[in-house]
Design a protein around this ligand. Sequence first.
Ligand SMILES: Nc1ncnc2c1ncn2[C@@H]1O[C@H](COP(=O)(O)OP(=O)(O)O)[C@@H](O)[C@H]1O
Ligand SMILES: [Mg+2]
Length: 302
Amino acid sequence: MSYAVTTENLTKRYGKRTVVENLDLRIPQGTVYGFLGPNGAGKSTTMKMLLSLIQPTSGEVRIMGQPMTRSTRRQLLGSIGSLIESPPGYAHLTGAENMRLVQRLLDLNAQQIDYAVQAVRLQDQMGKKVREYSLGMKQRLGIAMALARQPKLLILDEPTNGLDPAGIEEMRRLLRRLAADGVTVMVSSHLLGEIDKTATVLGILSQGRMIFQGTRQELFSAAMPDLLIDCSDPQRAQGMLARAYGAQLENSTVRIPGLEDDRAAASVVTGLVSEAIGVHGVRRDEQTLESVFMRLTAGGQL
Ligand SMILES: Nc1ncnc2c1ncn2[C@@H]1O[C@H](COP(=O)(O)OP(=O)(O)O)[C@@H](O)[C@H]1O
Ligand SMILES: [Mg+2]
């Protein structure tokens, strides 16, 4: 697998306080990587370190496999577009005028500007002054500015913050389109729902530490929902299953934690039936990505 970003033991301390601790990021090329965590978890600090906006206390950053050093920094940063904190752009200028400034600053051609504007679907709004833009349009203009140099990697810090549901949906679609075009997108959010199914790979940060990194499927299987069994004699069933499976009794339902293998679940049921316990229903406890996230972030101070 080739990675757009990897870090080794990336750490940032302010005085005695460690705000990012031994982070090993693995961001596969061409994916939307959702960088999730409650406010204060260290997402912005990490992104700023990737962009050399702040200096790591220790650890290493690699972009497209190349270590970020004093001598490689300029070239590597040239392949990254970013949107950190509030969107850039001059409010008193039109979208087109802002894009022309970017064009001149980065010495780009007209096609590159057109590509970026079309990618964010703002071509019909270019004549308007930015102060007349909605927040979502400002965010998209900011992304167009970041995209103009046709970066291989786009780093977006909470681009859905403050957007209405339609704006959030438009942003999700944009991120998916970019990834389909081969751009690796790292996008942060403190709200799981805002990234939703857009991100194929997730990194979950809590108090400066990575508590999960992997695909959505891996996340679910790392936290398999409990098995719930309704049967004719729950007391006896719980007694039978307590030692081997840690079964607990909850009202009149038998709860078995985890139990990843569905064949194991089947043999539990067969065991009950062979002891003449009638099994009325077997189901998995309801589990949303939200609840997994909450569990992982220990109560999820969202
Ligand atoms: N310049 C700084 N000096 C001291 N502490 C900071 C500084 N910048 C950020 N922090 C602290 O680091 C922690 C992580 O912040 P941040 O990276 O902004 O989190 P997030 O983006 O996940 O909300 C917070 O507790 C914040 O107060
Ligand atoms: Mg932040």
